[in-house]
Design a protein around this ligand. Sequence first.
Ligand code: PLP
Length: 292
Amino acid sequence: MLKTNSILDVVGNTPLVKLNKFLKPARFDLYAKLELLNPGGSIKDRTATKMLLEALKQGQINQQTTIIESSSGNLAIGLAQACAYLNLKLICVMDINSTLTNRRLVEIYGATIDLVIEADPYSGGFLQARVNRVNQLLDLVSNSFNCNQYANVNNPKAHHQTMAEIANELSNKVDYLFVATSTCGTLRGCAEYIAQEGLNTKIIAVDAQGSVIFGDKPKKRLIPGHGAGIVPELFQPNLSSSHILVSDLDCILGCYQLLEREAIFAGGSSGAIASAILRYEEVIPSGSTYTF
Ligand SMILES: Cc1ncc(COP(=O)(O)O)c(C=O)c1O
């Protein structure tokens, strides 16, 4: 698909790249879905576009609506780009842990950043503090709308397509799928598609140490993307067959391993998955196909 009608049509249909050099020796086929090639640079472009287009279609928002959303970075960039194209106003509630690059990108697309500088006193986390600030802004700004990526069913629905792309490319032969988790939209969307199509794919969820989704004790995390300080409403315990928690340091090592072995310079959540695969490698039967 080289000719499209708009930048929004460029979201999705990302390449699936075979990693020939990542595992030494390779006992199974390993593929990486290059979500970094979405126009805003991450998988969250899919979520952003789907939530906005569905809200427009269902009449929940109109040209005068201000979108208000909490994001540590990648969803904010996806929303900022889509809102710029759709002529919608956007206020992104970000926190001081978001990178300066991400904040700058959001501003370049014309969105306003509302920066949270203090963690929530009860949970100790920034995610709850950002959610609290979103609720304040929704009261203050008339005709405002919160997509609420943590509970919006259009978030997982966006990833029916993600999983369909993987399954179609591999003729439905996907033995394992490694998925990074935060809102659990990707996890749930892929799991729903797998169940709906009767595929025989096991999902391994990859989360951050110190993220509470799978019951770990909350602690400071430095890598944005995967991990959450609250259990999202979209989470369901049976979506994955197991989960792996990865430290910030292992994410960085995973990024370097992908770079050195495959010349792919990906972000922190891909580094987490790369590290999780190396840890899980022994358990995977020879001859399997697996994807992240
Ligand atoms: C780069 C990246 N990967 C993975 C995730 C996790 O995806 P989800 O929110 O669908 O669980 C996020 C979430 O923000 C992300 O930014």
